[in-house]
Design a protein around this ligand. Structure first.
Ligand code: KIV
Length: 292
């Protein structure tokens, strides 16, 4: 087993020795959005990963990851699409339910999919209610600044916690492309305004994707709610990665902001080739795998 470098275990992080720490704390009940607010008050950093199935989610839950996002990145990372756009609420509901079933402690957040909330607040409420009732998630995430405020307000009013998502919003890649957002004074000011407006509308957290580190740090300092960065530098309260990128399962190029902690693509390929070799060579099944 690989030796983890210092800083990779809860015990190495002085901010995680609080009993209520999101990562490394002693709590076993399911994490709530109130726990995330407590971490912000304590100045504690925390990790979030995506998950799209029960088995992987159970591994991350057992590893102590406090928040799992059933992201619409499942379009690329799990369902074989080229973007997040084709992901439907049926996909999201089924896979979110699997992630909830696979976990005991993590707060499970599900994405509202493209086309499931843009029509307006009532459509958003219908979609989010489905995720809470049928899948059992603890919160939903939706993309957009000002344009998504009425949706945020109605969901919060209905008792559904909302995570906002700004900066690069992959559901809008046809208009935004995949490039850093919030560069330049005007764009940065708009992003900061939108972030504050999402907090005022009741969002419990904000994801900032592909945003200059300085802008993300300023937003993090000026909000009371936790800010989760992806490609947004080290100054945010939390960091999220797409799990298949993080473990080296993704084929081809991954974004520069991703850090690869394992090489599962190679490990799985090696295992498949070893199995195939045993079958072709007649060495599997052996006596210990055989019934008489
Ligand atoms: O869908 C997703 O995985 C996301 C993260 C990149 C934040 O939205």
């Amino acid at each position: 087993m690989t030796q983890l470098p210092a800083g990779h275990s809860p015990a190495d992080n002085p901010r995680t020795d609080h009993p209520k720490a999101l990562y490394g704390g002693t709590g076993t009940r399911r994490i709530t959005v109130r726990d995330l607010a407590g971490a912000k008050e304590r100045g504690e950093k925390w990790p979030m990963l995506t998950a799209y199935d029960a088995m992987t989610a159970s591994v991350f839950d057992a590893a102590g990851i406090p928040v799992l996002l059933v992201g619409d990145s499942m379009g690329n990372a799990h369902l074989g699409y080229e973007s997040t756009v084709p992901v439907t609420m049926d996909h999201m509901t089924m896979l979110s339910a699997a992630v909830v079933r696979g976990t005991h402690r993590a707060l499970v957040v599900a994405d509202l999919t493209f086309g499931s909330y843009q029509e307006g607040p009532v459509q958003a409420l219908r979609s989010a209610t489905r995720l809470v009732k049928e899948a059992g998630v603890g919160a939903v995430k939706l993309e957009g600044g000002e344009r998504s405020l009425p949706q945020t307000e109605i969901l919060v009013e209905a008792g559904i916690p909302v995570m906002a998502h700004m900066g690069l919003t992959p559901q809008s890649f046809n208009t935004l492309g995949y490039r850093v957002q919030g560069r330049g004074d005007e764009a940065a000011d708009r992003l900061i305004r939108d972030a504050k407006a999402a907090q005022a509308a009741g969002a419990f957290a904000l994801v900032l994707e592909l945003v200059p580190a300085e802008v993300a740090a300023e937003i993090t300092r000026s909000l009371q709610i936790p800010v989760i960065g992806i490609g947004a530098g080290p100054g945010t309260d939390a960091q999220v990665l797409v799990w298949t990128d993080m473990v080296g399962l993704t084929e081809g190029r991954v974004p520069r902001f991703t850090k690869q902690y394992a090489d599962l693509r190679r490990t799985l390929g090696d295992a498949a080739r070893a199995f195939a070799g045993d079958v072709v060579g007649g060495t599997f099944p052996a006596e210990e795998h055989t019934f008489h």
